[in-house]
Design a protein around this ligand. Structure first.
Ligand code: GA4
Length: 325
């Protein structure tokens, strides 16, 4: 495993430390061990040599940029995010706001559902780029999950990936556009930090992020310090979600992350959130549990967790309600 070097990143007027984010080469025969270690230590890693053609990413990036550059009145014709659709500044329905515009879609294992969100312009092209991208990224997420099962020496190999491959997998996909904020100093109250997307963990099993070459993403280390993730448009970042934390009985931790707005460049990110079917029980994997080890969590289904998560604010500790005290 290569570990990216420690430097600093300038984000608007602020300098943030970057950290030694684990970089996993998917072609490395030891990748399964490195991925597992990274999920335990950070809940976050970067994947290189993933085999996804750059075109698959740039095609969707181009189509997404076209959409976000449309006049506001055109974008407003798309159904407002509830939760799926077009959103502008408001995130979720419990009062969170950020310097961000987005499109949120539902996707099962087959396709991104076109019915719920209609896109102006050449939507055929848009949907085909989107479906090609989501299919490729889901396959990669499944490969990562299979390597995790291998690294943890649990059987069967598809014990995690089957959740995403299931026809009823409750996954979603979002395109986030962070316009450059020219009044960043004023809007941030003079401290130079304007929230693009507030701190949160992802409720699902695993998330895959790809962004253009613009800074903004930060993760919280175990000691609570925020570090910037240097952007890399050719790689993917993997985020451990709350559900994977539960399935590993806390061996892996869902990582808190956030995005800060930028005063100069627009940031565009695309995120696949791999979720289980609604009726799936989310519980520690029996093959992982040691003798006498007890679950740290109460029993719940993905449907129950999701319902509860959607009632929370972004920064809430959503798993708290499901922890055995
Ligand atoms: C965070 C991860 C995904 O982006 C998301 C988000 C969802 C939304 O934007 O509608 C939530 C957020 C996310 C968790 C708490 C609730 C729901 C916004 C919010 C305040 C699509 C998801 O599944 O959960």
């Amino acid at each position: 495993m290569v570990v990216s070097s420690q430097t600093t990143l300038q984000n608007s007027s602020h300098i943030f430390k970057t950290c030694n984010i684990p970089v996993i080469d998917m072609l490395d025969p030891q990748a399964k061990f490195h991925i597992t270690k990274a999920c335990q230590e950070f809940g976050f890693l970067k994947v290189v040599n993933h085999g996804i053609p750059n075109e698959t990413m740039t095609n969707l990036e181009g189509d997404a940029a076209k959409f976000f550059n449309l006049p506001q009145c055109e974008k407003n014709k798309v159904c407002p995010a509830n939760p799926f659709g077009y959103g502008n500044k408001r995130i979720g329905s419990n009062g969170d706001v950020g310097w961000v515009e987005y499109l949120l879609f539902t996707t099962n294992s087959e396709i991104v559902s076109e019915k719920s969100v209609s896109i102006p312009g050449n939507s055929q092209l848009f949907w085909s780029s989107l479906n090609e991208y989501v299919t490729a990224v889901r396959n990669m997420a499944c490969l990562v999950l299979e390597k995790i099962a291998d690294g943890l020496t649990i059987e069967p190999k598809n014990v995690l990936s089957r959740l995403l491959r299931d026809q009823k997998s409750d996954s979603c996909f979002r395109l986030n556009y962070y316009p450059p904020c020219t009044e960043l100093e004023a809007l941030s109250g003079g401290n130079g930090n304007l929230i693009g997307f507030g701190e949160h963990t992802d409720p699902q099993v695993i998330s895959v992020i790809r962004s253009n070459n613009t800074t903004g993403l930060q993760i919280s280390l175990r000691d609570g310090t925020w570090v910037s993730v240097p952007p890399d448009q050719y790689s993917f970042f993997i985020i451990v979600g709350d559900s994977l934390q539960v399935m590993t009985n806390g061996r892996f931790r869902g990582v808190k992350h956030r995005v800060l707005a930028n005063s100069i460049k627009a940031r565009l990110s695309m995120i696949y959130f791999g979720g289980p079917p609604l009726n799936e029980k989310i519980a520690p994997l029996s093959s992982l549990m040691e003798e006498g080890e007890e679950s740290l969590y109460k029993e719940f289904t993905w449907h129950e967790y999701k319902k509860s998560a959607y009632k929370t604010r972004l920064s809430d500790h959503r798993l708290g309600l499901f922890e055995k005290k």
